[in-house]
Structures are given as structure tokens and as C-alpha cells.
Design a protein around this ligand. Sequence first.
Ligand SMILES: *Cc1c(COP(=O)(O)O)cnc(C)c1O
Length: 220
Amino acid sequence: MSVAENLDHIHTDIRTAAEDAQRDADDVTLVAVSKKQPPERIEEALEAGHKVFGENRVQEAYEHWEALKKTHDDLVLHLIGPLQSNKAADAVALFDVIETIDREKIAKTVAKEMAKQGRDLPCFIQVNTGEEEQKSGVVPARLKEFYDYCYYECGLKIIGLMCIPPIDEPPALHFSLLKKYAEQLGLSKLSMGMSADYEAAIKLGATHIRVGTGIFGERE
Ligand SMILES: *Cc1c(COP(=O)(O)O)cnc(C)c1O
């Protein structure tokens, strides 16, 4: 299947899942995850009219998108991977949405860079819903305190929450948790669901699904 066919297929799934959940399919944004994909496939997605992409590494995102951003001024790039402070300036300059705010130091650094560059990017807080040792994200017990820090201390425009469920647990449990946490904070955006589980995520309220292999095929 071509990238264009995969995109069509996923848009159909989005409509069906949204209908089932009595939601508006227009409230679900498909973030096409282009990490580790060759330029030809990215080009195919652009030719099919797709505009919203996700990358998990700043350096690779520059390789993929720096030139394309100049010729496509309506692209929307989401950072969906962990951010280091020393890459914050580059991230703020390239990306349009940062989904992985997860600790005080990075919140502060990103906020400073945005002020410096005059860019006020919407951000998500990444939540470690599975409380996994090795995983990024703020643990649920600290979420309210961390949100307050981001919002009141840093002035970050936090629009929602993002999670990556543990691989060995039913994702629906984590999607429900994320939705509950967002409601408690009065946040309306939920980035959850990947190639294997985006339909379940939409049924549980996802506003942003992050799909890589389902669009582009296996990564290099
Ligand atoms: C790679 C990645 C995805 C996409 O995963 P697929 O299974 O290829 O759809 C989604 N979210 C994050 C954070 C990722 O790193």
C-alpha cells in the first residue's frame, strides 16, 4: 500500500471510530510520525496533502524538515520525543507543538527560549501513566503540582496531556486514566494512540493520534 492509501485508510478509521463514540472526526488530528522514514515517503505524504507530522529527535527532525518548512509554510511539526535542555533552542525554533514537557528544568528552559524567540508554542505535558522507571513523563501523583509550575511559574501554554502506555498492558486503561487527569486539570487535548491502538484511543477521547508505521510502513 502507498502512503496515500494508508492515509486514506486511517482517515476512514478515524471517521468510523469517532462516529462510534459520537464524536466529531474533525476533532481528531492525525500526527504522521516520520521518524526514521526515508525522504521519499515523507514526500508522498506531503503530496497527498498531509500537513501534521511528528518527530521524536530534534536532530533528525532538522534533517527531515528544515528545508521542507521553507517550501511548505502550512506544516505543523510536533515534537513527540524526550527533550534535553541543550536542544531546547533548536526545538523551539523548528517545532510548532511540543508534546513532551515532563520536568521542571525543561519547562523553564523551553519557556525561556520561547520568550527569546518570540514563539508561544502550544505544549502537552507527558504523563507516565504506567509509572514505569525507564519512561519519560511526570508521574500522576506529581501532575497537578507540575502543571501549576508550567502554567503559573513558566507561563507555558499547556493545552493537553500525552502518554505512551506500557507495552505489556491494555492501552485502554491508560487512555482512560489520561482522560481523567486532563479533565481534572480542565485540559481539552489528549495525545494518545499509535498505529496499533488509535481506534481505541479515539473512542476514549484522543484529539491527537500519533501514527508512524501505519502510514509510512516499517522504519529503517
Ligand atoms: C514512534 C512513535 C509513535 C509512532 O509509533 P507507530 O507504532 O509507528 O505508530 C508514536 N508516538 C511516539 C511517542 C513515538 O515515539
